[in-house]
Design a protein around this ligand. Structure first.
Ligand SMILES: Nc1nc2c(ncn2[C@@H]2O[C@H](COP(=O)(O)OP(=O)(O)OP(=O)(O)O)[C@@H](O)[C@H]2O)c(=O)[nH]1
Ligand SMILES: [Mg+2]
Length: 205
């Protein structure tokens, strides 16, 4: 097994909502899940140093499928559809939720979750619900406080401290500042993901 991952080698594998199409559940993967429009896809592009590997958009609800990217053979990143976009029809929303839960609860190669949250609005109700699920499923979480470039450095740092103090004690979770355009936090996030992806046996074994 390799001891480092070159995130820039990432390649698109496939996208689908249906489990039958998903990449074989072998090896290790880390999934990105969070509120719509918080910057999940932009974070994947920043980490892989590729402009348009994951599709981003100003319009919330852009990623509507599970999108699999390969970093190395059997090592992957997965971009999940965002939650909490009010204009998504309820039937579609329920279907996404069902698929996300199916994925999170059954995917053996899933080593951890990255939950990007807009630094100006972290821990919304839906984020808290997602944290409760991850706790139940015993999945470790790494929170990216995204769009850190929208705040002064001092303010961003104080939100990070608040999040750590107020929210993280109860969970198997860590947090950091992140900005896709400024590349803030890219090395730190790569290191965390590398640890997850290169360690540990599969869940449930
Ligand atoms: N200023 C700033 N804008 C960002 C950052 N990250 C993302 N954005 C912008 O936020 C918008 C949404 O970004 P996406 O990466 O598409 O968000 P997403 O979470 O993948 O959205 P969905 O797939 O719709 O759930 C885009 O206009 C991005 O350019 C950031 O760190 N700083
Ligand atoms: Mg997206």
């Amino acid at each position: 097994m390799q001891d480092t991952i070159d995130f820039r080698q990432a390649k698109f594998l496939l996208s689908s909502l249906e489990r039958k199409d998903w990449v074989e559940d072998a090896g290790a993967e880390v999934a990105f899940v969070g509120r719509s429009n918080v910057g999940k896809s932009s974070a994947i592009n920043a980490l892989t140093d590729q402009k348009s590997l994951a599709r981003t958009s100003k319009t919330p609800g852009r990623t509507q499928l599970l999108v699999f990217f390969e970093l190395l053979e059997n090592i992957r990143l997965v971009d999940l559809p965002g939650y909490g976009f009010a204009k998504t029809p309820i039937a579609v929303r329920n279907r996404w939720q069902e698929k996300i839960l199916e994925y999170l609860s059954q995917r053996k190669s899933l080593r951890g979750l990255v939950i990007p949250m807009d630094i100006r609005r972290p821990f919304t109700e839906l984020d808290q619900l997602m944290m409760a699920w991850t706790d139940e499923l015993q999945l470790p979480v790494h929170i990216l406080l995204t769009k850190a470039d929208k705040l002064s450095r001092g303010k961003a740092q104080s939100v990070l401290f608040d999040v750590q103090r107020k929210w993280l004690g109860a969970y198997d979770a860590s947090a950091q500042l992140f900005s896709a355009p400024k590349r803030t936090g890219v090395p730190e996030a790569r290191e965390k993901l590398g640890e997850w992806l290169l360690a540990d046996p599969q869940r449930g074994t």
